[in-house]
Design a protein around this ligand. Sequence first.
Ligand code: SF4
Length: 270
Amino acid sequence: MPLFTSCCPAWVQYCEKNHPELLKNVSTCRSPMEMFASVIHEEHKTSARKHYHVAVMPCTAKKFEATREEYVLDGKNPVDAVITTQELIQMIKESGIIFSEIEPEAVDMPFGASTGAGVIFGVTGGVTEAVLRRVSSDKSKTALAAISYHGVRGMEGIKEAVIPYGDRQLKIAIVSGLGNASALIEKIKSGVHYDFVEVMACPGGCINGAGQPFVAPDGKVQRGDGLYAADKMCSTKRSEENMLVMEMYNGVLKNRVHELLHTDYARRGE
Ligand code: SF4
């Protein structure tokens, strides 16, 4: 312990370069971008229709992530190209696309179904809140609200929370900004115990990624509020409530969960 999150490639690379001894503590989970790409790749690789996977992402660290050899499947990274949200906006403007004139179209299933837990990944503390929703044995609405009041929300660079879990207390830290990550690591090295640490390289999380459109400081808070509002509108809040994803565990992911959804960053630290 502690277990560090692995969804931010800039944090993973920072850890590799500066604290390789901690890599064994980094979750083996691939990032959301790479998990999604693995599943799409497996679903469509035998299809007659060719697919080209473009990920629209909040930062350029995701471009680097798409080149990492850990994620290679069948000889290539399942993400073919990464563009940032700013680049996408620029491309839309340059090509003269007028959104109001576009005919709306549903997302292909099973990929169009999502839960609130996924929506809040973009704001600092969101990954932790999603994990707590998943592991909490109390699935009531009151328990859901209680998790959000335990100190996981807010734009502070370092947040700490103690969450009851069974007969023990989980000590959690949530950091955003690599300077804050460095300060927390020093604390851990001095003997302070945490069970779980979420790290996002960008202050405030992906809502403030360097590939996102520029925003004034209060806009950052508004983006976070927007994600929480979107979460409120989701009829399903916990990852395990996404039945289409749960079905995948008996389909495309059967006996291949580790191969397709996980990796092993610790190998690089050896
Ligand atoms: S926190 Fe920043 S660097 Fe990390 S994945 Fe999000 S936008 Fe990219």
